[in-house]
Design a protein around this ligand. Structure first.
Ligand code: ACO
Length: 323
């Protein structure tokens, strides 16, 4: 029997503390105007002292499970995407597993930075399609505030903390019109390491390190690779841009989002944009945006949703789902 991964619930969690551009401008040589104009960001959430990636992930996961009418006991698999794990090991996913009361199956992390959610979704979708698991939780959760150089105005204004989660159920595949994940498409290019990385880690410096970025080069590569992978995802499903109900991009920069939308010929009102309030939450940005658009009624059952992301590595990917 062939299976398909149906989406049965989504959840989100944002830390309580809001940090506005004006607050940053009080500490750094920057301004609300500069940040909004270059990035579309107005504010970001920052995790409290002692509030960890696993805490954000747990809250988002619990909401996704509740909305799917399920509990941790029903899960076979957790795949958690993060570049900011609580500890070097074990995986943040196993901490979430324990808190959800899930006693069977497996939980592990996936590391693809800002593309992490698409990579985690692909891993879970493949396991469900193969019949290795019947129910999976896919989480994107980050506390990028902990790996930022707060003296570097070129990077620290861009990121925020948060988490989002999806619950997937394996159902019999009823052909191309059935609901669920239609396809996932993953890429990386390790030669591009130096344009976006963290200058630390257990094997190099023994410290967590800080994010370093050549913004212009990331911008250039993002537009090029995202356009390519979006075309690949549409072609794989015999779809054209006009078939897409919602573009749900990784939220890095409104100018990147707009450029990809323009290349696709998608009007701006078909794109879910949360960057103004969330900033760039790395692996959490797509599930946070999905949760918002599902909860406010924009994304409805049967809609075709195109997700895309690019991040450090470089890594990039896309997925199309019939909601
Ligand atoms: N406030 C005020 N001025 C600033 C700030 C700031 N926060 N940051 C940088 N500047 C200054 C720079 O110092 C520079 O000044 P100078 O000309 O005197 O040297 C000037 O602004 C222009 O700097 P650039 O880096 O060339 O600015 P750019 O127009 O490229 O915008 C930005 C920078 C917003 C980072 C842009 O390159 C970008 O968005 N790149 C994409 C990177 C991205 O989104 N990364 C996220 C992670 S990857 C991902 O998620 C896809």
């Amino acid at each position: 029997m062939m299976f398909r991964s149906q989406i049965v619930g989504c959840g989100a969690y944002l830390p309580a503390r809001i940090v506005t551009n004006d607050e940053l401008a009080g500490r750094l040589d920057t301004s609300d105007e500069w940040i909004r104009q270059r990035t579309g960001i107005g504010e970001r959430r920052i995790a409290a002292d002692g509030e960890l990636t696993s805490d954000l992930a747990f809250h988002a996961a619990r909401q996704a499970l509740e909305r799917g009418g399920m509990s941790g006991n029903d899960l076979d698999l957790i795949v958690l995407a993060t570049a900011t794990p609580d500890e070097t090991f074990p995986a943040t996913a196993v901490k979430v597993q324990a808190r959800l009361g899930m006693k069977r199956g497996a939980a592990f992390d996936v590391q693809a930075v800002c593309s992490g959610f698409i990579f985690a979704l692909a891993v879970a979708d493949n396991a469900l399609r193969l019949g290795q698991a019947r129910t999976a939780l896919v989480i994107g959760a980050e506390t990028f505030s902990r790996i930022l150089d707060w003296q570097d105005r070129g990077t620290c204004v861009l990121f925020g903390d948060g988490a989002g989660a999806l619950v997937l159920n394996a159902v019999a595949d009823a052909g191309p019109t059935s609901r669920g994940i239609l396809s996932t498409h993953l890429h990386s290019d390790g030669r591009q390491h130096d344009i976006l990385y963290v200058d630390g880690g257990p094997s190099s410096t023994g410290m967590a390190g800080c994010l370093r970025m050549q913004g212009r080069e990331v911008f250039r590569q993002a537009v090029q690779h995202l356009s390519g992978v979006v075309d690949e995802a549409l072609a794989a499903n015999g779809l054209s841009p006009a078939d897409i109900d919602w573009l749900v991009p990784h939220q890095a920069n409104t100018r990147i989002i707009d450029a990809v939308g323009r290349k696709l010929g998608l009007s701006a009102d078909k794109t879910v944009v949360t960057i103004e309030r969330h900033a760039n939450t790395s692996a959490a940005s797509i599930p946070l945006a999905l949760e918002e658009a599902v909860t406010d009624g924009r994304i409805r059952p049967g809609h075709l949703v195109l997700m895309e992301a690019l991040g450090g590595g470089l890594t990039w990917g896309a997925s199309i789902a019939r909601w």
